[in-house]
Design a protein around this ligand. Structure first.
Ligand code: ATP
Length: 255
């Protein structure tokens, strides 16, 4: 019998600075396995900054610095010995705007596995098919794998980007408003997909859509001005939050 791979993932007193400005302040948050954690809060409160730091995307921003720790399976991801490419294999990310490579549908998915050394065509074919199936896109593209990824609709491109992230077998998926640029039908497909994917992964999603957070997440973290105001099971946050500001935000009274 195959045993489920386990992964522990958490931040400990994490702060993120842009120069002197502290955009994320001392946040300790645990991301349980096989669950979705939604990060919510008004514009500019540090959600994306926090999310990007979770797989070191902030490394690309020269003035961004972090304090505190991010632990994956007991390893500090910012330790100098951490290989960032390997880290991003374990912790995949999908952005708000679909960003497929200017390549075929097949090559978008095969790119990561090839980069990590898989050369066998049959093996690559299998990975492409299974990744597209997991992203609920296979049936729509199986007869046009050689076509450009840019020939797909926006919603299909976003599922392709999710399939691309899945192709290297991540343990964690970071999603930064993955459906905000999509129509309602594509949005509900992405939401269904997230609920399906959490059976194997831990997912962290930034969303401005309160209904979406309530529908798909197990835990919700409410950010305000860079601090974590409240974190709890989503049901509690949406029915009986501790903090009056959380209540006001989720009921649309500010933000
Ligand atoms: N590259 C950057 N350089 C300097 N400051 C930045 C940078 N990126 C973000 N900030 C600042 O950090 C703060 C947090 O921004 P961030 O984008 O993380 O917030 P957010 O909650 O994700 O906002 P939104 O919901 O509007 O996407 C903001 O004040 C923003 O102006």
């Amino acid at each position: 019998m195959q045993t489920m791979q386990t992964t522990s993932f958490r931040t400990e007193h994490l702060s993120v600075f842009y120069g002197q400005y502290e955009a994320v302040k001392n946040i300790s948050l645990n991301f349980p396995e096989q669950s979705v954690t939604a990060l919510i809060g008004p514009s500019g409160c540090g959600k994306s900054t926090f999310l990007r730091s979770l797989n070191r995307m902030n490394d690309e921003i020269s003035q961004a610095k972090i304090k505190g720790r991010i632990w994956i399976d007991g390893v500090d991801i910012n330790d100098p010995s951490t290989d960032v490419i390997q880290l991003r294999q374990k912790i995949g990310m999908v952005w708000q705007k679909p960003n497929p490579f200017y390549k075929s549908i097949y090559e978008n998915i095969a790119f990561g596995p090839k980069y990590h050394g898989i050369k066998n065509k049959k093996q690559l074919d299998e990975i492409v098919e299974s990744s597209l199936r997991k992203a609920a896109l296979w049936d729509e593209v199986k007869d046009r794998l050689k076509q450009s990824a840019l020939s797909l609709s926006g919603g299909q491109q976003q599922r392709l980007c999710i399939a691309r992230a899945l192709s290297v077998n991540p343990r964690i998926l970071l999603l930064d408003e993955p459906a905000s640029a999509l129509d309602p039908v594509s949005t509900s497909k992405i939401e269904e997909l997230i609920v399906e994917l959490k059976k194997e992964l831990s997912i962290v999603i930034v969303t401005h859509n309160m209904q979406q957070a309530a529908r798909i997440s197990d835990y919700t973290a409410y950010f305000y001005l860079g601090t974590l105001m409240e974190h709890n099971e989503t049901e509690i946050i949406f029915t009986n939050p501790d903090n009056a500001m959380t209540q006001e935000y989720i009921s649309g009274r500010f933000g």
